[in-house]
Design a protein around this ligand. Structure first.
Ligand SMILES: NC(=O)c1ccc[n+]([C@@H]2O[C@H](COP(=O)([O-])OP(=O)(O)OC[C@H]3O[C@@H](n4cnc5c(N)ncnc54)[C@H](O)[C@@H]3O)[C@@H](O)[C@H]2O)c1
Length: 372
């Protein structure tokens, strides 16, 4: 198949491009290289015969450089941080919403299907955080007794304390973050383009994505950032919830397997929306990630605590993946421990490349670790 990946030099896009190229697809990547580190993926893409087009989804003219017979568009480019948008909201809207509209129109002209990377930030903090929680040593958990007492058998649609949130959960409310707002508008546009124009769209509202090749930072991509920070002895930060906020994590191999499955099922899945993550069996909190890194690396790094949570942050977010599994047969396979094994191996293998990004100089690991 002829496949376009927008944002294809980024973490998810570059992994996916290589995965699909290795399986015989003809892959085109469009990226404006705004994310630091994405440029490092270009030689790897070239080696696999993937065509790179330096373009920006905000500019409809940039799509002219692409073939007109693309069959599937994988839309995984974004300004992906949930905090940056407060400084410049129109940037997120232009990039993530208007850019998506240009991409949808391109897909429509080609007669292509489109898989969209939506997010759990389409759900407002005000709703996600309203369910009672109990504090445990390393994480928050839902207080099932208190939830039962408060809601009885009238739980809001899309929430089940045994499984998490499904796509039936309300997207109304405030406190989505500007990023979340930009994505829910794009997400709805995908649904609308499917209905109004017959573009076969599949919308994945992803939770926490992680894996090798992720140039993570505190503001985005925190799972990989934890391993990078430990490797170089850099300080970490817990922002709110005492570092016990919980996410379900989905590792890159499982993402690639899912997208391959969805590409093969576009006719059946057109117009569908799914919450996607590791689900209830693959979860972790910040503190648990720290403890795991301490065990793997054999040393600690300084941790700074900030008491107030980030705006629009979720205390516990777990994707209810049962509808996705029922529709596709897909289930995530990579555990937190295996996922971190792979990330740590990648960090060690790419130490100099990462040191230039994170230390602005070649690696001086021995010195840093001795100091730390
Ligand atoms: N990483 C996560 O935890 C997570 C969770 C939910 C959803 N998502 C979504 O998944 C997708 C992939 O995320 P990622 O982690 O790979 O991010 P990433 O930042 O590594 O990759 C995004 C890529 O898009 C490119 N890009 C940004 N704006 C562009 C534009 N206007 N035109 C062309 N290219 C542009 C960047 O240069 C980058 O290479 C994003 O849509 C993100 O919002 C990510």
């Amino acid at each position: 198949m002829k496949i376009l990946i927008t944002g294809g030099a980024g973490f998810v896009g570059a992994n996916l491009a290589q995965w699909l190229a290795a399986r015989g697809h003809r892959v085109f990547v469009m990226d404006n290289l705004v994310r630091r580190g994405s440029e490092l993926n270009l030689p790897r893409l070239k080696e696999q015969g993937i065509t790179f087009v330096h373009g920006d989804v905000r500019c409809a003219e940039d799509f002219v450089a692409l073939p007109k017979d693309i069959e599937v568009v994988l839309e995984c480019c974004a300004q992906p941080s949930a905090i940056d948008g407060y400084a410049n909201p129109l940037f997120d809207i232009n990039n993530n919403t208007i850019g998506l509209l240009n991409t949808l129109e391109f897909a429509r002209r080609c007669g292509a299907g489109l898989v969209f990377w939506s997010t759990n930030k389409t759900y407002a903090g005000v709703h996600i955080n309203k369910f009672p929680v109990v504090e445990q040593d390393s994480r928050w958990v839902w207080d099932k007794a208190a939830i039962a007492a408060e809601y009885g058998d009238k739980l809001p649609a899309g929430f089940d304390p045994d499984h998490g949130f499904s796509a039936e959960f309300t997207v109304d409310g405030k406190d989505h973050s500007i990023y979340g707002l930009s994505k829910i508008m794009a997400d709805l546009a995908c649904q609308e383009w499917s209905d109004a124009f017959g573009v076969k769209t599949v919308i994945n509202r992803f939770s926490c994505l992680a894996g090798e090749g992720q140039f993570g930072k505190s503001a985005q991509g925190w799972v990989a950032w934890w391993a990078i920070a430990f490797h170089f002895g850099l300080p970490l930060k817990y922002i709110g919830w005492a570092g016990k906020q919980v996410r379900d994590a989905l590792f890159i191999e499982d993402i690639c397997r899912l997208i391959e499955t969805e590409i093969g099922m576009l006719d059946q899945l057109a117009g569908r929306v799914f919450n996607v993550g590791g689900g209830r069996d693959i979860t972790l909190s910040l503190r648990e990630a720290t403890a795991l890194m301490e065990r793997r690396f054999g040393w600690s790094v300084p941790v700074v605590y900030e008491e107030d949570p980030r705006k629009a942050d979720h205390c516990i977010y777990i994707s209810d993946i049962r509808p996705l599994t029922a529709a596709t047969g897909w289930t995530p396979q990579v555990t937190v421990e295996e996922g971190y094994d792979r990330i740590i191996r990648w960090v060690v293998d790419h130490e100099d490349e990462l040191a230039r990004l994170y230390l602005d100089q070649p690696a001086k690991r021995a010195v840093l670790h001795a100091a730390g």
